[in-house]
Ligand binder design. Structure first.
Ligand code: 5GP
Length: 191
């Protein structure tokens, strides 16, 4: 496991591609992987809790962390909503002898890859089509029509970045996409 210290797995995709389901599958199956909890200024959705899905911060708290250089990367992913990966979070996971899994947006993913060359495995989860992605977002039932429209517009743009990453996994069928992603990670970590 020691040889995997400092390694990072990045799962990136437009919102609604199924990357969170794939990430959950991996985390449940491999205790050596650990979800990297991002900080965000968006409000919790449904049953989300501080310190589980995200560290929910106020804009002021988030900005002071930016000033303290506490982030590996941060982005305003949606208008007025900040998201970022804390250096401390990655340290916590590495010190625990595990490998962090980052579920982050495309720009953040490109940034982290640049910061840790040779240490990252980046996987882009591609939805079969933008129409299918819209349908999935609608069926979640947690998004407003405005939020769906914002996410669909952003997704079309993000899809054009797929070639920046080590691998593209098309999520046509969730179980197949999970298995493909799992194989890539096992190979990267020598498991
Ligand atoms: P959601 O609001 O649906 O939880 O997340 C919105 C988007 O922000 C998703 O694409 C998610 O992967 C991304 N995201 C979550 N955490 C981070 C982060 O720390 N940095 C960046 N750049 N994006 C993030």
């Amino acid at each position: 496991m020691q040889e995997n210290k400092g390694k990072i797995i990045i799962i990136t995709a437009p919102s609604g591609s199924g990357k969170t389901s794939i990430t959950h599958y991996l985390l449940n199956k491999y205790p050596g992987l650990c979800f990297s909890i991002s900080a965000t200024t968006r409000s919790p959705r449904g049953s989300e809790q501080h310190g589980v899905e995200y560290y929910f911060l106020s804009v002021e708290e988030f900005q002071s962390k930016i000033n303290e250089h506490a982030f590996i990367e941060w982005e305003m992913v949606y208008e007025g909503k900040y998201y970022g990966t804390l250096k401390e979070e990655l340290e916590r996971i590495w010190n625990d002898g595990r490998v962090p899994v980052l579920d982050i947006d495309v720009k953040g993913a490109i940034h982290v890859q640049g910061e840790f060359p040779g240490k990252c495995l980046s996987i882009f989860i591609q939805p079969p089509s933008v129409e299918e992605l819209k349908r999935r977002l609608e069926s979640r039932g947690t998004e407003t029509p405005e939020s769906i429209a914002t996410r669909v517009n952003k997704a079309s743009y993000e899809l054009s970045f797929n070639h920046h990453f080590h691998h593209i996994v098309v999520n046509e069928q969730l179980d197949k996409a999970c298995a493909q992603t799992e194989d890539l990670i096992k190979e990267f970590l020598g498991w």
